[in-house]
Write a protein that binds this ligand. Structure first.
Ligand code: SAH
Length: 360
């Protein structure tokens, strides 16, 4: 919800200050989806608020469930941008994966979101709301969100302030109350963001999408490498490690015959050194590109090289592949929506420009 706007309205109407707290708790703790559920508020105020400002900022346009229990939601913002979020079950964990931007400007070659370009940054309220909407759905089946990861659409560090504000909100014990260590931010390697996070009091986890151990290969896969080469990136990670004493979770996508050889595993070990990193080998999910996932024997071989070099490595299973909810598959549909929206906006702008100024 747009809490600031709701608070401003209540102030304008002369409502007592404690109403703001009641609304906040009702939404972040009680997971209310509409004003009628905010029972501590007088009925007249609930109606007045409902008329003035919808409680939810995002409209859910589609909800899918996968055979493995993964839930994927597609939303649109009020100004028509597509947003996607996913809830995954793994043993006793319920991890919610949310978007920080609609689309993404970084154009990683293996990622579906990258091919759609950037729509816009999401506001803190829009980021937190993806979590509360999924939390309310999980609650209906008797489950709670145990982890939140900023691994949906977008590059979180290109929207740093809103992402951190959303993390603080989710962490607030008076509201949603999720432990900071249960929240992870994943970056494609935006160095200024890593440096800022190192100085942040909030103890969220940092994940780094690395995917290649040398600049040449990484630039092919992730154009951001041109701006922040590996030497700079790893230096920022060491700075983060020195400042926080926290480990960094390295994500390494296993692409058949691209980045999965023993030689590259050795290079990766040279790059990372013995401590400070945990490597998560992740399965490639098809996105319509020419890449293929590495075989499981190749993944095991790659992991063995890392472990032989004293680096802890694990293999991440894929969730929700059958509903395109897996990593890198978000926005498969959102892309066409974003294109339609751009065309619509252009038509409107052209129309407005054609009108005499007084009618605009
Ligand atoms: N921009 C941030 C946040 C997005 S996280 C980042 O890059 O970390 C999404 C994760 O899914 C990243 O680790 C990304 O590299 C990975 N990913 C992207 N496309 C994928 C694909 N097709 N299969 C598996 N993982 C993919």
């Amino acid at each position: 919800m747009d809490l600031e706007r709701v608070n401003a309205l209540m102030e304008e109407w002369g409502e007592p200050g404690y109403r703001q707290r009641q609304v906040y708790e009702g939404v972040m703790k009680g997971l209310a989806g509409d004003y009628e559920q905010l029972t501590p508020l007088p009925a007249a105020l609930r109606r007045r608020l409902a008329d003035a400002e919808p409680l939810r900022q995002l409209e859910t346009v589609e909800s899918q469930r996968s055979d493995d229990g993964t839930i994927k939601l597609r939303f649109t913002t009020r100004d028509g941008f597509p947003v996607e979020a996913v809830a995954m079950s793994h043993r006793n964990r319920r991890t919610v994966c949310v978007s920080s931007q609609s689309g993404c400007p970084l154009a990683c070659t293996f990622c579906a979101t990258g091919s759609m370009g950037l729509g816009r940054n999401l506001a803190a309220g829009e980021i937190a709301e993806q979590v509360t909407v999924l939390a309310a759905m999980l609650r209906e089946q008797g489950e709670r969100v145990s982890n939140v990861v900023m691994m949906g659409m977008g590059e979180p560090f290109l929207n740093y302030d809103a992402v951190l504000a959303a993390c603080r909100t989710l962490n607030d014990p008076a509201g949603f109350g999720l432990g900071a260590r249960q929240i992870a931010i994943s970056t494609a390697g935006w160095v200024p963001g890593i440096e800022r996070l190192a100085a942040e009091p909030l103890q969220v986890k940092l994940a780094l999408s690395l995917h290649a151990p040398n600049d040449r290969l990484r630039t092919e896969l992730m154009p951001i490498t041109r701006r922040f080469p590996l030497a700079k990136l790893i230096a920022a990670c060491r700075g983060y490690r020195a400042a926080t004493r926290r480990r960094i979770f390295v994500e390494y996508l296993m692409l058949d015959r691209i980045n999965d050889s023993d030689r590259l595993a050795d290079q990766l070990a040279d790059l990372l050194g013995r401590d400070g990193f945990h490597v998560n080998l992740i399965a490639y999910n098809p996105t319509g590109s020419d890449y293929r996932a590495s075989s499981s024997t190749r993944v095991a071989g790659f992991a063995a090289v890392l472990e032989g070099r004293g680096i802890s490595a694990s293999y991440r299973r894929s969730h929700g592949q059958d509903i395109d909810a897996a990593c890198g598959q978000l926005a498969v549909k959102g892309a066409s929506e974003l294109r339609r929206k751009r065309a619509r906006d252009r038509r409107r702008a052209a129309h407005a420009a054609a009108l005499p100024a007084v009618h605009r």
